[in-house]
Every structure is written in C-alpha cells, then in structure tokens.
Design a protein around this ligand. Structure first.
Ligand code: NAD
Length: 287
C-alpha cells in the first residue's frame, strides 16, 4: 500500500521512527496497540490497519459485540493476538480497572488511540447541561483518562510509546451547529499539544488527528439538541446521506493514524475540508 512506502520514505528523511525496523507488512510487529471506540467506523478501521501491520490489538468499546467482532477481524487481518474489552471511556473507575488489567494480562501499551467519541449538533442556546456533560464526558474526559492512565504506564516503563487522539476539524473550524462537540474537540487538540511538549523528553509521541467528514455510523447515532425525536431521526438520515455523498472512508483516516505514529506528526488534518478550502479557518494548525 502507498502508505507503507511513505513509512520508508519518512524514515529515510530522518523523521523519528520509534518502531523497530522490519518487514513493511510487519511495521508494528511486537507492538501492543489499544484502540478505544473500536467497534465501528474509524476505530475499527484503525484496529484492523494496526493488525495488518503485525500489532497485537486491544479493542475497547461500550459495544461488547462490536468490540469482539473487531478483535476477531484483527486476528484474521494478521494480529498475532487480539482482545476485546467492554468499557465506557468516560467511566473513570472502569478505565482504571482496564489499565490495570491490560498491564497485568497483555503488557504495557506501545500505541494508544483515543478514538471513542459521540456527536452532538444543535445551537448553543438549545444545548442542555445534560447534553454538554455527556459530550464532554466521552469526548474529553475519555481522552484524559486514557492519556493519564496509559501515559503514566508508558512513562514508568521508560521505553517510549505513542498516543494518538482523534480530535476533529471541528476543533479549529468554528460553526453555529456544533458548539459543544467543537469545544470538546478543541480541548482534545490543545491537550494533545500540551502533552506532546511534556512527554517529548520521555520519547512518547503525541498526535492529534483532525478528520473532516468521514463516512461512518456516527451519523446515525449523533444527537441533535433542541428537536423532538422524530426531527432528530430526520436530521440523522440527512446527515448520513450527506456523509455518504462525500464518501470519505474511515480506512483513510486509519492510514493517517499509522503514518502519524511513524512520522511522529503533531497535528494531522485529514479529508479535504479539514485540510483547507473554503472552510479553512485562519486558526487552522499546520500538519
Ligand atoms: P462511530 O459512531 O462509527 O464510532 C464510534 C465508536 O465509539 C462506536 O463504536 C461507539 O460504540 C464507541 N463509543 C461511543 N461512546 C463510547 C464510550 N463512552 N466508551 C467507549 N466507546 C464508545 O463514529 P466515528 O465516526 O468512527 O468516530 C470515531 C471518532 O472520530 C470520534 O471521536 C469522532 O468524534 C471522530 N470524528 C469523526 C468524524 C466523522 O465524520 N465521522 C469526523 C471527525 C472526527
């Protein structure tokens, strides 16, 4: 695949390449990778891409069956070992238990992908405190728990590692329709950059991936504040149609994740609207 060739080029150009050299298809051989929100969409595609590259995979999701399916597919895709863990990333105690279990049973994580997230649309004045809490609990606190617990394990082991946070282009493209979601993602972006500066001395890389519109199931589960259930369903269908028309596949975001780890990239906009064009905000960070 093209991105594997790019790995080699990146290495030759002298980017930090924390992974042991090996066969291209085995680029992540021997590495332990944990992906949250791995049951579907970008998380599933990312878990499978790491599996294809030879990594051992821990697939975490609230959706137990979906996580189990991803673990099974990861084994078929080439992961020497893969496990499913049913955990809500916003649940601090459940995440602490997960971190302990993973360290005892599978080992210290080499690559953590904080991907689990939920969508929420609606004007600021229509957004309830409950909506705010839910979206910040999952999208921001979920990432904080992951970074704290697994980042500490990586730091204590002293052999480096990498943390990838799935933010969004919404983190730097202001809009009227996504105030809560965008705020959660802007916080994830800033957290990633601060953490990157802090952990650099410990050889732990931190990347923030900022996708624009990606064709995943998030369109059918995203909440719409300030409308009744019927209108919400209608808007979900409309969004799904729009995302389908763009048809940017989650597999391409997964490629960007693997590339970000190998090249140690700080902020990675993915999809045309995230990279520039009409929507580009003057605040947009450069890759
Ligand atoms: P998705 O709905 O297909 O997948 C999200 C996964 O996260 C699901 O499997 C879901 O069960 C899981 N999840 C939700 N809440 C959870 C929780 N509390 N604990 C554990 N797992 C949980 O959506 P996706 O599009 O693949 O989204 C993945 C990430 O990408 C999200 O953070 C999302 O905000 C981000 N993103 C998506 C797009 C897009 O256009 N699809 C754009 C930018 C960013």
């Amino acid at each position: 695949a093209a991105w594997i060739t790019e790995f080699v080029t990146a290495t030759e150009q002298g980017h930090r390449a924390p992974m042991a050299a090996g066969k291209h298809t085995d680029r992540f051989g021997g590495q332990l990778v944990l992906v949250t929100g791995a049951a579907g969409g970008i998380g599933r595609a990312t878990a499978l891409a790491f599996a294809e590259a030879g990594a051992r995979v821990v697939a975490v999701d609230v959706d137990a069956e979906g996580a189990a399916r991803t673990a099974e597919s990861s084994r078929r895709a080439g992961a020497p070992e893969a496990w499913a863990e049913t955990v809500d990333v916003s649940d601090e105690q459940a995440m602490e238990k997960l971190a302990e279990r993973v360290a005892t049973e599978y080992g210290v994580i080499d690559v953590l992908v904080n991907n689990a997230g939920i969508g929420l649309s609606g004007a600021f004045l229509d957004t309830t405190f409950e909506d705010w809490r839910k979206v910040l609990d999952v999208n921001l606190w979920g990432v904080i728990h992951g970074c704290r617990l697994f980042g500490r394990q990586m730091a204590e082991r002293g052999q480096g590692g990498h943390i990838v946070n799935i933010a969004s282009a919404a983190a730097y493209l202001p809009s009227r329709s996504l105030p809560a979601y965008s705020t959660s993602k802007a916080a994830v972006l800033m957290l990633s950059e601060c953490l990157r500066a802090e952990l650099a001395g410990r050889k732990i890389g931190v990347s923030a991936i900022c996708p624009g519109i990606v064709n995943t199931g998030i369109t059918s589960t995203a909440r719409f504040a300030g409308v009744d259930a019927e209108e919400e369903k209608r808007r979900q269908r409309r969004t799904a149609k729009l995302y389908g028309l763009r048809n940017y596949p989650p597999e391409k975001v997964a490629e960007a994740v693997l590339r970000a780890v190998v090249r140690d990239q700080a902020v990675v906009p993915v999809t045309p609207e995230a990279r520039g064009g009409r929507l580009m905000s003057r605040f947009a960070p450069r890759a």
